[in-house]
Each structure stands twice: as C-alpha cells, then as structure tokens.
Design a protein around this ligand. Structure first.
Ligand code: BES
Ligand code: ZN
Ligand code: ZN
Length: 479
C-alpha cells in the first residue's frame, strides 16, 4: 500500500472511497447528510462507522465517529482511522482518500495519529494465505491535510511501519524465525541504516561468559545468538541501551508447558522484535542519541542436552543461580544482556520481555508492567504510553519479596518460592544483573500481555501488536 499526503483541500481526485471523520453532533456535515446518517443509527460516537454510496468522485463514502470533540484523544483518532481503512477494505476500494481529522482539537498530534491508525489498522499477517479473496490490499491511500501537519503525519507513518515490522517478525513461527534468522534480520536492517552490528556465535558467547544464553540454548538444534546493534550519531546527547528477550519458541524446556500454554509461544521473541522495530524507526528519524540494541536469543527446548532443574550456573558478574524451572528461561538470558549492557555505561537501560504469565494475571492482556526505581523515568514513560495507547502500569520492585528468589545452594534461584508476585520476583531477579554504578537509570517492561493478542482489539488485529515500539521510539526521540 502506498500512502501520499496532499495539500489539496478539499480533495477532489477521483477515488473508490472517501473517509470522513465526524464528531457527535455532526456539525461538519450538511443537514441532509446528517439526517441520512441518523437514519442509519450513526451519530458520530466513538467506534461508529457507516458506509454510503457516494458521488461521482468517490464511489463510497465512509463516515467514522470521533465522539465528543471536547473528549477527543489521540487513541480515538487512531481507532477512527483504522475503522476507515478496514471499511474501505471491506468494500474492496483500491484507491482511498482520507480527510485528515482531529486537528481542530489535537493539532499535529492528530496528524500523527491518523497516519498510525491507517498503517496499524491496515495490518494483517496473511503471508501464508493462498486465497485471492484474502489477499486483497488497498493500492493507494491519499491523505488530504494542511501543509503544517505533513511532518508529523510522516513521523506517525514511520512509527507505525516500525511497529508493523515488529509484528511481521513476531507472527512468524518458530520453524521460520530461529535465533540465527533473527540475527540475519538484525544484520539486514543494520546494513540498510548503516548501524554497526555484531552477532555473537557460540565461541563469542563463551568468551564473554554469557552462561544464561549458552545454558538455555543448549537444548535446541537451533544454536543461540547474542546480537549487538549500535547507532552512533555525531554528537549524542545521551546513551540508551535497549534489551529485548528473544526466545524464538518457548516450549518450557524439560519443565515442558501444557498444550494450552505452549501454543502462541512463538511470541516469546516479541521483546527482541520490538527492539528491532525501534532500531528501524531510529534509522529513519536519526535522533541525537546513541542507541545500543542488545538481543539475547535462544530456542527453549527439551532434549538430552537441555539444562535441567537443580543445575547451578555462575554469571560473569559473580552471581550464582540455581535452576528451579527451565520455563523461567527469559530472565536467565536477559541477565547476560544486562551485564553486557551495564558495561556500556548508559544513561538509561530499558529491557522489554514477554517475561511472566503472572504479569498477565495482574494486569490483563492489554497493559504492560513497568518496573523502575527512577520516578522521573516512570513518569516520562507512562505519559508517553497514555499518548501512544500502548498501555503501561507501574509495578513495585518490592524489597520484601527479595527473600523469595534467594537460592538454597546459590545466591539466587530463577523462580520465586511461591507463585505470588511472580512478575515482581522476575523483575527483582533481573535487577541483580544491572550494575547500578554503571547504569544511571533502568526500566524493565513486562509485555507478556499486550505483545500478542488472542483477538482483535482497538486498531490491532489478532496476533502480534508491535508494542511497545512507538512508546520507546518517542522516548528516545524526546531524550
Ligand atoms: N514466556 C513465558 C511467559 C509468558 C506467559 C509470556 C504468557 C507470554 C504469555 C515465560 O518464559 C514463562 O514461562 N514464565 C513462567 C515463569 C514461571 C516458571 C516462574 C510463567 O509465567 O509461568
Ligand atoms: Zn518460559
Ligand atoms: Zn519465555
């Protein structure tokens, strides 16, 4: 799909469909139009959409509700734009025109949100479908708006395309995207945007004492990798390290998952894929910030060579960990990356991971858990998250739960002594590998809920959501 922005207002190129945003009250419409829509039970409320036969220029008119103008939010604009695209697809419109909406209230933020809504709403993972019907795509979308909004519109386009890039990789199954494949993708985008990219194979992993990655990776015939991408502008104002959990499939290992929990575990690489999507956007937006992307990636499988409960491993920073469950593998591979990331002495280090089912129990499928001791960082991320619609909720790093992950024979155990507070004990575990003398500020985002959706939600189709790509890119650009 091609998207172009035009300053021609009102748009008068011929197209198959025109999408129009309508507030409750329908003041931007003629009396006749408003009456016609009322008869179809459309009043401009949020989530409402109605399709009418159009004029000579536009074969179909698609009206999308924006709700009350006084209550308009960016996410409402995203949702309305997505509804517009989805309706256009339903009527098989090849050329579609959008009239930019929401700027009268939200200014350039609306322009960005319209772009995001269109691009995110248009996304479906149908690479492996062979039916012609299912393959239908809109050919061209033209968005008509004032010149002053064009720049933000383009930013929104870049952000949403980056999120879709993430979704594409997450949605690929474990037989296609292996740790090696993830490394290949990292090398491809590094080539495209002139990043430095180093991929650690077994020998490098050993040299760097990355025992978590080596241990968890041993049970799979697909070898583990560690990926380090660097974006270094001329005069960086800050240095940010990103870490993403890249378990290309999580069977649970010897502590094998039951059937209903193993399915969808191709999504256990969503943190890694988010980091790759973020780098893609960074390559295009080129902020004055040095960014390092770190990806520990493994396949967690049961096997004769697999690691086992009771095993004890000793990390490069000296901490020893006994394995209580081979299904708590994410924190083991993230530990190596956090030790390595600390050595880069960043201003901010943020890790993102589909880390615990407990976080989904706590917050549901639509909200990520945000853990940080830095109030300023928390405030900044939460503010951006409420703007991007990638919902986050701050969770405590409760010192009293530290006892729960204290090992019997070693410093730590990889699972809490009870399952209560499982998202928190996982975060506390990770904190042991962040060197507070070298890292000014650290945040952990547990994306186990929103990373992969079991059904359609807001502008998202079922499957990978590409969260939290847009929030983190905005954070880096604002830094
Ligand atoms: N990848 C899972 C966590 C997960 C669960 C992600 C649901 C997405 C949706 C993780 O590796 C895992 O299995 N965690 C265990 C930890 C337990 C053994 C302490 C869990 O959450 O049950
Ligand atoms: Zn697991
Ligand atoms: Zn996992």
């Amino acid at each position: 799909m091609k998207i172009t922005y035009t300053h021609e207002l009102p748009p008068n190129k011929k197209a198959d469909a025109l999408v129009i945003g309508v507030y409750e009250g329908m003041k931007n419409l003629t009396k006749e139009e408003a009456l016609q829509l009322k008869n179809l039970n459309f009043s401009g409320k949020v989530r409402e959409v109605v399709t009418l036969p159009g004029t000579e220029n536009f074969k179909t008119l698609i009206y999308v509700g924006l709700g009350k103008k006084s209550e308009l939010k960016s996410d409402t604009v995203r949702l309305a734009a997505a509804k517009g695209v989805k309706s256009a697809k339903k009527v098989k419109a090849k050329k579609v025109v959008f009239e930019l909406f929401g700027m009268d209230k939200l200014k350039e933020k609306a322009a960005k949100a319209v772009a995001e809504g269109i691009v995110l709403g248009n996304y479906q993972f149908k690479k492996y479908k062979s039916g012609k019907e299912e393959k239908f795509e809109i050919e061209k979308i033209t968005v008509a708006g004032e010149k002053e909004y064009e720049k933000e519109f383009e930013t929104g386009y870049i952000l949403a395309e980056a999120a879709n890039f993430t979704r594409d990789i997450v949605n690929e199954p474990g037989n296609v995207v292996t740790p090696e494949k993830l490394a290949e993708i990292a090398e491809e985008i590094s080539e495209e945007y002139s990043f430095k990219c180093k991929v650690f194979k077994e020998k490098d992993l050993e040299k760097n004492q990355m025992v978590g990655i080596l241990t968890v990776g041993r049970g799979s015939k697909n070898p583990p990798r560690f990926i380090h991408i660097t974006y270094k502008p001329k005069n960086p104002k800050k240095r940010i390290v990103l870490v993403g959990k890249g378990v290309t499939f999580d069977s649970g290992g010897l502590n094998i998952k039951p059937e209903q929990f193993m399915k969808t575990m191709k999504s256990d690489k969503a943190g890694a894929c988010a980091v790759l999507g973020i780098m893609k956007a960074i390559g295009q937006l080129k902020p004055d910030v040095e960014v390092h992307a770190l990806i520990p990636t493994v396949e967690n499988m049961p096997d004769g060579k697999a690691y086992r409960p009771d095993d004890i491993i000793v990390y490069k920073n000296g901490k020893s960990v006994e394995i209580h469950s081979t299904d708590a593998e994410g924190r083991l591979i993230l530990a190596d990356a956090l030790i390595y990331g600390s050595e880069l002495e960043p201003d901010v280090m943020i890790d993102m991971a589909t880390l615990t089912g407990a976080c989904v129990v706590a917050l549901g499928h639509y909200t990520s858990g945000l853990f940080t001791e830095d109030d300023k960082l928390a405030t900044a991320l939460l503010k951006l998250s409420s703007e991007t619609g990638e919902k986050m909720w701050r969770m405590p790093l409760d010192e009293d739960l530290k006892e729960d992950i204290k090992g019997t024979y070693s410093d730590l155990q990889n699972v809490g002594k009870t399952r209560y507070g499982g998202a928190i004990t996982a975060a506390l575990f990770l904190r042991n590998f962040v060197d507070s003398k070298k890292v000014k500020s650290w945040a952990h985002i547990d994306i186990a809920g929103p990373a992969f959706l079991d059904k359609e939600w807001k502008y998202y189709s079922a499957g990978a959501s590409g969260q939290p790509v847009r929030t983190i890119v905005e954070f880096i650009v604002e830094s």
